[in-house]
Each structure stands twice: as structure tokens, then as C-alpha cells.
Design a binder for this molecule. Structure first.
Ligand code: SF4
Length: 323
């Protein structure tokens, strides 16, 4: 097996949020005991409904927010307890791409300064040297030097995401955390950006943590998938295992909502009842039991343990598949 570039072990994050008047607070458990690893040069996708904790997990790994518990190992080094002053090297290795490229690009800066800003922060390169590297990286993402002198608002959504990717690439990172990078784009543009990310991965041997609410989007880019529900991973494993042999009822429901292009083929849609429960007061036992079509009596009282298939690495947390 290749080198493990990212290892996340028992990651937890709780926030205190206001609870009515009189300054009272209540605890929101956004991420609850998340563990997974990504071999170098591969893509692990975290998938789940909005509010399941996948974006918070990405931000914890990149240390945009502080973990409450757990460890994050990047390239063999535990970065979870490092102080901000010790994180400079890690910040060069890990870069993020965000959902809304327009919101993440400063409208008052020219593209050459947006893309070159990490070089200005982390290196002593002269302005001319920075602009030379910017021109090179713009070519790599399908733009050119002409675009460097323009402002972000002059570009289409797909072009803006290319600028965001160029900015992420300019520090030659090892790990890219892409948080819903195509969900704001038209379907045809989504395919272009996904293909670009795949090409860049093989050219620069990049490792991706890809975050999406949509299993169909991650199908073509992932090697491994983790399905998140209410702050925890309920099923994970190689992409083929998740798509061809899903075991958790939540994964089955997500897969059933993917349209099949062939009109002769039909798939029974599993409609989940109700909304995602609040992470402030998660259901007892299995967190999914209030919406699970296969829930049994035990599911309300006992949290399922995690079963790992030693042959395939397929991991499931459900009483139905416990050995
Ligand atoms: Fe459904 Fe029970 Fe499995 Fe939870 S443990 S997913 S409620 S069957």
C-alpha cells in the first residue's frame, strides 16, 4: 500500500451555542468520532446531507478551526495539537478549494495577486518571480497570462473555480481539501472541473479530500468514500464496494436517489422520512434510527459498533451487519 498521507483518528468537535435568553449555552456536537485515512495520490470523498459535519471535518483537518479531541496526522506528523506558530510548514502542504469561488476571491484584487498571495505570505520571492509562477500555474489550470491582469468578477463560474484551483496549487501542496468545489456550477462545467482535478492529481501526485452532498458527483473522482450522518461516518470503504454493495440503510437511500441515464433501467427510490435531527440533541442508540426504514428495537437504545470487513476494508456501523 502507498504511503498514508492523511490519517484522521477519533476526531471530535463541539461548539457551544446560545440557548434562549439569560446567556445560557448548549453544546452542539458537529463532528463525533470521525476516523479515516487517505493513501498518497488517492481521493477520499466525504458525502452526506447538508449539516452532517463534513465541511467542519475538512476545516478541522486544515486547522481553520481547532479540534476538541482526536488526532490529525499529515505526512507522518501529528498536526492536531500544534500551535499556530508551528503550523507554517503544514499550511504549505495543505490547501483548500471552496464551493463558491466568487466569495473566496477578493473582488478588489487582480487574478495575479489572488493566485500569488500565498507566495507573498510564505516565500521571499520578488514580485516578478511571483508573477512568473502565477503565469505558469494559470496555464496548468487552463487559463493564461492575459487572465492574470483581470478581476475575478470578469470571469464565469467555471473560470473562477480554475482561479481558486490555481491559488491552491501555487504552493505545490501535498493534500487538497475540496469543499463542494463543483456544486455551484452547471453540470457541463462540473465535468470539466472534475476532469481538471483528476488530471492535476496524476500530474502532481496530489492527495484529495473531496467533500460533497452528492454521491453521483464523487463517483468518478473517488478511490474511497466515507458516508457521514449527523457528525459521524456510518459507512466507508473503496468506491467499488460502496457503489456495488452498500450495506448501511442511509448509503442505500443516498444511492437510490441517483438518476439512471438508461430509461429502461429502474431503481426503487428510498425516500427518507423527516429532516436531519439536530446535532444539539441527537437520537439515542443509532443516530439514524428516527429515519431508518430498517430500524429495529435495539437501534433506539444501543449505538452500533463499527464492523470492518478485513478482506475489503469496507466499514459499516449498523446492527444489521455486525458480526
Ligand atoms: Fe437502521 Fe438500526 Fe442499522 Fe441504525 S443500526 S442504520 S437504525 S438498522
Amino acid at each position: 500500500m502507498s504511503n498514508i498521507l492523511l490519517k484522521v483518528d477519533g476526531l471530535k468537535k463541539s461548539f457551544f451555542i446560545p440557548d434562549g435568553m439569560f446567556g445560557k449555552k448548549k453544546m452542539l456536537k458537529a463532528v463525533h468520532d470521525v476516523s479515516f485515512m487517505i493513501p498518497e495520490g488517492k481521493t477520499f470523498s466525504l458525502v452526506g446531507e447538508s449539516g452532517c459535519g463534513k465541511s467542519t471535518t475538512g476545516r478541522l483537518i486544515s486547522r481553520l478551526i481547532e479540534p476538541s479531541e482526536g488526532e490529525v496526522w499529515i505526512d507522518g506528523e501529528d498536526v492536531s495539537r500544534k500551535k499556530e506558530s508551528q503550523l507554517k510548514a503544514m499550511r504549505k502542504k495543505v490547501q483548500m478549494i471552496f464551493q463558491d469561488p466568487y466569495a473566496s476571491l477578493n473582488p478588489r484584487m487582480k487574478v495575479r495577486d489572488i493566485v500569488g498571495e500565498p507566495l507573498a505570505i510564505h516565500t521571499k520571492l520578488s514580485r516578478a518571480e511571483r508573477y512568473k509562477q502565477v503565469a505558469e500555474i494559470l496555464e496548468v489550470v487552463g487559463l493564461n497570462e492575459y487572465h492574470a491582469n483581470r478581476y475575478a468578477h470578469e470571469f464565469s463560474g467555471g473560470q473562477r473555480q480554475r482561479i481558486g484551483i490555481a491559488r491552491a496549487l501555487i504552493m505545490k501542496p501535498r493534500l487538497i481539501i475540496a469543499d463542494e468545489p463543483v456544486s455551484a456550477l452547471d453540470v457541463s462545467i462540473q465535468a470539466q472541473i472534475l476532469n481538471l482535478l483528476k488530471d492535476l492529481q496524476s500530474e502532481f501526485h496530489l492527495t484529495y479530500l473531496f467533500i460533497s452532498h452528492d454521491l453521483s458527483v464523487v463517483e468518478h473522482i473517488s478511490n474511497y468514500i466515507g458516508v457521514m450522518y449527523l457528525g459521524t461516518i456510518v459507512e466507508s470503504g473503496p468506491k467499488e464496494a460502496i457503489f456495488s454493495n452498500p450495506k448501511h440503510p442511509y448509503t442505500k437511500a443516498l444511492l437510490s436517489s441517483i438518476p439512471i441515464p438508461d430509461p429502461k433501467l429502474r431503481r426503487e427510490r428510498i425516500i427518507l422520512q423527516g429532516d436531519l435531527p439536530s446535532p444539539v440533541n441527537p437520537p439515542s442508540g443509532c443516530r439514524f434510527h428516527t429515519r431508518c426504514p430498517a430500524a429495529m428495537g435495539i437501534c433506539k437504545v444501543k449505538e452500533p459498533s463499527v464492523y470492518r470487513d478485513p478482506a475489503t476494508g469496507h466499514v459499516t456501523a449498523c446492527h444489521l451487519v455486525e458480526s
